[in-house]
Design a protein. Sequence first.
Length: 458
Amino acid sequence: KPEQKMGDMEEMEGHMNHVNPPALNDSTEENELAVPPLLEPKDGSYPITAQQGTTELFEGIQTETYGYNGSFLGPVIRIKRGDAVTFKTRNGLTEPTTFHWHGLDIPGKGDGGPHQIIEPGETKYVKFTVNQEASTLWFHPHQKGITAEQVYKGLAGLIYVEDENSQKLGLPDHYGVNDFPLVFQDRQFDDKNQLNFKAVHNDDGTIGNTLLVNGTLNPKLTVGAEKVRLRLLNGSNARNYTFKLNTGDSFQQIATDGGFLNEPLEMSEITLTPGERAEIIVDFSRQKSDSDIALLNEEDTILLPFKVKKEQTNSAELPESLNDYKVTDEERSLSVSKRLELFGMGKHVTINKKQFDMNRIDFTQKQGETEIWEVYNKPDPMGGMIHPFHIHGTQFKIVSIDGEDPPEILQGWKDTVAIEPGQTVKLAVKFKNKGIYMYHCHLLEHEDNGMMGQVEVN
Ligand code: C2O
Ligand code: CU
């Protein structure tokens, strides 16, 4: 089965090259990978401040950056299903921002879309009860028209949701030891090693030749000779990644955007478009201690070299069964109730021939009711582009892609789905909460250019 999927992926790559991303430079493994701090609650809430600062990415040089609770990127917020959680969000920037929780089932008023502006100096509290499966989610700004720039400068962090299932499965979960978040972002530094977004901005996605993983330039990661869980996030504005191991070995995918797959899936490579996540298990106990092992991108660029420690650690077997995800017969029998057509490029991107308007509600839906959204990526005369389609405030199921069952890697909870030109994807969408939610292309420049709409859930 993986063979067939690789075929699909290759086809995807072919379509994608409208953007023709420049090659990334290889990692020269100079720096140990930064592991983001786990955020501890204080006085009953998680304090999160968006701020600006400088970061020494290149030796002896300060680069101007943004970050959450620090100068660059953000912490990991670990929460558990059933918990009542409060985020204390503060804007320490000199421009407005919002705090959007990508993948979180949260009432619309706390979702942090473009309506929930936080002015410089302002603090707001977001309260909700965690009501979804164990998963790896993330947070980033969503300020209208400048999301791409704020993310590019460094505003992004992670959310780990745990639940009873994740705590009893016996998966590697020792944070920073055998369980690592890996945030992949490409950047272009100018001749003063600064991130000059306006100079490199591209309406079809700003891309760079320099990879940062968790904000680390030229990273390497030291791991034990054991099974290690890697939580991959494509946090880039526009670049897609196809991850594989230089040894040609396979790895096990265990989770999609919003939860575990039903069982570990053996994969030799995996493609993520902007906004998507996957959790994989790499078994480093199979590695000879002095052999080189690294995560590569397509074209064999070295993304992340690993140093495997000599000590053999006990590596328990992975459980055979992880989840009970299923598209039900009822969901399959529902007829389409919302049709969306993604179209265009650059400044002319649209959904259903319209660009985003803060004052227009495009769709309504009833809380707790499942509807089928049919999303079509209409090709243009030049072929078109892949659009990673994202819906706020929910995890959806992919019912079909061009009338067929989705590949196994997409048989799990998703909040972002890559749609190729000409493809039609049917999604079963249910909102547990009320409020106004965005749906949009997660190529951040397309989002900023108006490839976004709003659904009101009541
Ligand atoms: Cu990850 Cu509307 O965003
Ligand atoms: Cu797009």
